[in-house]
Design a protein around this ligand. Structure first.
Ligand code: FES
Length: 221
């Protein structure tokens, strides 16, 4: 369990950008006025997308927008680990450490993060990177997985992971994909089984002899 507290260093104020304010209004309009507080999670997400994290002034602003006590917003923000309560790097690496990823090499990926960036949530000196270990990202068939900007980089090992970090540091666009270049969770190297056409045209099927059905008689010519 991680301790969930607001960062000790907080900005004085928070303001939605026009685009974020519009997105917040869009979410709020999904709920009846008397149920407006239901938009608290989307609004926290909007804030995080704008700022990279959720600050205490932002929590206050959301409380005012939704006419709810700020402590209620705080409770939600501190409960869900998807909300960052302190600034993160421009590229925040979420390394899955749950069992399938751990068995497939997540420890090596965490070692890369520790070596390059220090402990979890430490922001690199250039402000570019930070990392954290997260629970199952739901893509276990492609373990180990790292989410960067909410998109999945799969089948990583230390070398391919460092390659992506180097590319991000250069400012390159690093598209999310399997390091093995497999399609989705298809087998590495293409289909390994059930790839014979005879399996699908019926020619491999053994004739079925049903005991209660008369067998076809040869046709005399
Ligand atoms: S255990 Fe890592 S994606 Fe499920």
């Amino acid at each position: 369990l991680s301790v969930r507290r607001l960062a000790t260093q907080q900005p004085e104020t928070f303001a939605f950008t026009p685009a974020s304010a519009e997105m917040a209004r869009w979410w709020m309009a999904k709920y009846p006025v008397e149920r407006r507080q239901s938009a608290v999670i989307p609004l926290l997400w909007v804030v995080q997308k704008q700022e990279g994290w959720v600050s205490e002034p932002a929590i206050r602003a959301i409380g005012e927008m939704l006419s709810m006590p700020r402590i209620r917003v705080y409770e939600v923000a501190t409960f869900y680990t998807m909300f960052h309560l302190a600034p993160v790097g421009r590229h925040h690496l979420q390394v899955c450490g749950t069992t399938p990823c751990m068995l497939r090499g997540a420890e090596d990926l965490k070692a890369v993060c520790r070596k390059r960036f220090g402990g979890q949530f430490e922001v690199s000196s250039d402000g570019l990177f930070s990392w954290e270990e997260v629970e199952c990202l739901g893509a276990c068939a492609n373990a180990p997985v790292v989410a960067i900007h909410d998109l999945y980089h799969e089948d990583l090992d230390a070398v391919s992971f460092e390659g992506r970090i180097d590319a991000l540091a250069r400012g390159d666009v690093v598209p999310p994909m399997s390091a093995l270049k497999r399609q989705g969770s298809a087998p590495d190297g293409g289909p390994k089984t059930l790839n014979s056409p005879e399996l699908y045209d019926g020619s491999l099927a053994a004739p079925i002899r049903l005991p209660n059905r008369p067998q076809p008689q040869p046709v005399e010519s």
